[in-house]
Design a protein around this ligand. Structure first.
Ligand SMILES: C[S@@+](CC[C@H](N)C(=O)[O-])C[C@H]1O[C@@H](n2cnc3c(N)ncnc32)[C@H](O)[C@@H]1O
Length: 224
């Protein structure tokens, strides 16, 4: 599905979010910059917008962008991403404890097994390594939630179809946001899959949320 919209992915993202997606990724990059991470893996990196924001904030860090679609990574490289790896985030080709930070923006929701993906992130992170998840969520304020749902289920499929020719991808977007756990449910999912000290920070009225956590000390690690 992402392969079929790759060429128009950035344009659709920026138009459908009215450009606020730049702000969301900048907020995420500011948090990661505060951790002073040296080796970062950005999973489901797509066309690289979060990884590029990280590269700008942390020019000396080694940042590896991972995606299972070569066509998305090709676009990321053209935009200036230095290191990319074609791989499935559910089964990463990295040894245990290879990174001190893992990030994933608008990617975890699309994985076939959210818990499994989190465990794989915990595996490739060093002890106390940091995780940042940026993901869509639903506003908690009822009026805002109703307006957002109308936009998400009525306007986005129409506009997305106009921009990319793939209405199904934008029907899927709304449905997947409805299904994905947010807020404290996400913290619990993280805690059950190798992470501790979860924080939850809603942005733009709760349309998206930034989650952070660190690898739990007692995390069960597999070695490669
Ligand atoms: C909505 S895009 C997000 C891209 C980017 N992170 C951003 O902020 O715009 C989701 C990306 O996840 C990738 N993806 C989905 N499942 C994946 C998996 N299991 N392993 C690697 N990449 C995956 C897709 O190819 C797509 O590029």
């Amino acid at each position: 599905m992402f392969g079929s919209i790759a060429a128009r992915y950035d344009l659709a993202n920026h138009l459908l979010s009215c450009g606020i997606d730049f702000y969301w990724r900048r907020c995420a990059a500011d948090i990661v910059a505060g951790w002073q991470s040296k080796k970062i893996v950005d999973l489901a990196t797509g066309t690289g917008d979060l990884a590029l924001a990280l590269q700008e904030k942390l020019p000396d860090a080694e940042i590896v962008g991972v995606d299972f679609l070569p066509e998305m990574l090709e676009l990321a490289k053209r935009k200036g991403m230095r290191q990319t790896v074609v791989a499935d985030a559910m089964k990463l080709p990295f040894a245990a404890a290879s990174f001190d930070c893992a990030t994933i923006a608008f990617g975890l929701r699309n994985m076939e097994d959210w818990g499994g993906a989190l465990r794989e992130m915990a595996r490739v992170l060093s002890a106390n390594g940091h995780l940042l998840v940026l993901e869509f969520s639903l506003p908690t304020m009822p009026i805002l939630r109703a307006i957002y749902r109308f936009y998400l289920h009525r306007c986005v499929p129409f506009l997305g179809s106009f921009l990319t020719g793939k209405k199904s991808a934008y029907d899927y977007l709304g449905d997947s946001i409805e299904e994905f756990p947010s807020g404290n449910r996400m913290s619990l999912l993280m805690a059950a899959n190798g992470f501790a000290r979860a924080t939850v920070q809603p942005l733009t009225g709760g349309i998206v949320t930034v989650y952070t956590a660190s690898v739990a000390a007692a995390c069960d690690r597999r070695t490669n």
